[in-house]
Ligand binder design. Structure first.
Ligand code: 13P
Length: 249
C-alpha cells in the first residue's frame, strides 16, 4: 500500500500570521488523515515545525541548494532545512526551472543533497502548454524523470509530483484520462529503472489547480496517490476538504 499524501506549496505567500492556518488545519483533520506536508516560505520553517508539534502535519521547504554551505547568497541548504525540523523539500518546481533556470542536473544534485540530510525530496516534473500541443508530453516527462532522479531512489526518500505547467494557477485541469496516462507512464518508467518493487511503492502526486471541487475525482485515478496543492493550500478552510477527500479515496 502506497502512502496517500496531501502536500501544500505555499510558494511566496505567508508571514507569521499564516501560521494560524496550521492550527486551523490540525483542528479540521479527519479521523484517519493521510500524510500531510505543508511547505511554507523558508523564513517560516522553524516556526512552522513548532506550530505543528503534536499534530500529524509535517513541514517541507520549497527548494534547497546542492551544497551544504558556502558563498551562495540568498540560498538555503538541505542541512538548514533539516535543522528547522522539516522532513521534506520540494525540488525542481516548474517555477524554479523557469525563473531560476534550474536544469534536470541541478534537480538531481539537489536531490542528493536532500537525501544526505535525511529529507524526502518531492520532485516536480511537468510539460508546458506548447509541449502538450506538440504531442511531446511523455517524451518531456520521461526526460525529466531520467535527468532529475539520481540512482538510489526509494519509496521513503522520494515523492514524484506531476504538475503540468499549463494547469498551475490557471484553473485548467487535464482530463482524468490525461492524468491517468501520465501517471501510468511515470509508474512504468520508475519500475523499469529502479525495479518493480520501488517503482510500485513510490508515491505519485498530481498538482495543478487542485481544489475541493475536483479533488475526489482526481484521487480516484489509478496511480494518483495524492496532490501537491498551491493556491488551495493557503487556507485551512480550502485545504481541509482536499485532505478529507484524500482520506476517503
Ligand atoms: P495551484 O494549485 O495553485 O495550481 O499550484 C500548483 C502548484 O504549483 C503546486 O506546487
Amino acid at each position: 500500500m502506497r502512502p496517500k499524501i496531501a502536500a501544500g506549496n505555499w510558494k511566496m505567500n505567508g508571514t507569521a500570521a499564516a501560521l494560524s492556518e496550521l492550527d486551523a488545519l490540525t483542528r479540521a483533520l479527519p479521523e484517519n488523515p493521510p500524510q500531510i506536508v505543508i511547505c511554507p516560505p523558508s523564513p517560516l520553517l522553524f516556526r512552522a515545525t513548532d506550530a505543528v508539534h503534536g499534530s500529524p502535519i509535517q513541514i517541507g521547504a520549497q527548494d534547497c541548494h546542492a551544497e551544504a554551505s558556502g558563498a551562495y547568497t540568498g540560498d538555503i541548504s538541505a542541512p538548514m532545512v533539516a535543522d528547522s525540523g522539516a522532513s521534506h523539500v520540494i525540488l525542481g518546481h516548474s517555477e524554479r526551472r523557469e525563473m531560476h533556470r534550474e536544469t534536470d542536473a541541478d534537480v538531481q544534485a539537489k536531490t542528493r543533497a536532500a537525501w544526505t540530510s535525511g529529507l524526502t525530496a518531492i520532485i516536480c516534473i511537468g510539460e508546458s502548454d506548447a509541449q502538450r500541443e506538440a504531442g511531446e508530453t511523455l517524451d518531456v516527462i520521461g526526460a525529466q524523470l531520467d535527468g532529475s532522479l539520481p540512482e538510489g531512489v526509494t519509496a521513503e526518500n522520494t515523492v514524484i509530483a506531476y504538475e503540468p505547467i499549463w494547469a498551475i494557477g490557471t484553473g485548467k485541469v487535464p482530463s482524468l484520462e490525461q492524468i491517468a496516462e501520465v501517471h501510468d507512464f511515470i509508474r512504468n518508467r520508475l519500475a523499469t529503472r529502479f525495479g518493480a518493487e520501488i517503482g510500485n511503492a513510490l508515491p505519485l502526486l498530481y498538482g495543478g489547480s487542485v481544489k475541493a471541487s475536483n479533488a475526489t475525482e482526481i484521487f480516484a485515478v489509478e496511480n494518483v496517490d495524492g496532490a501537491l496543492v498551491g493556491g488551495a493550500s493557503l487556507k485551512a478552510d480550502d485545504f481541509a476538504p482536499i485532505v478529507a477527500a484524500l482520506a476517503r479515496a
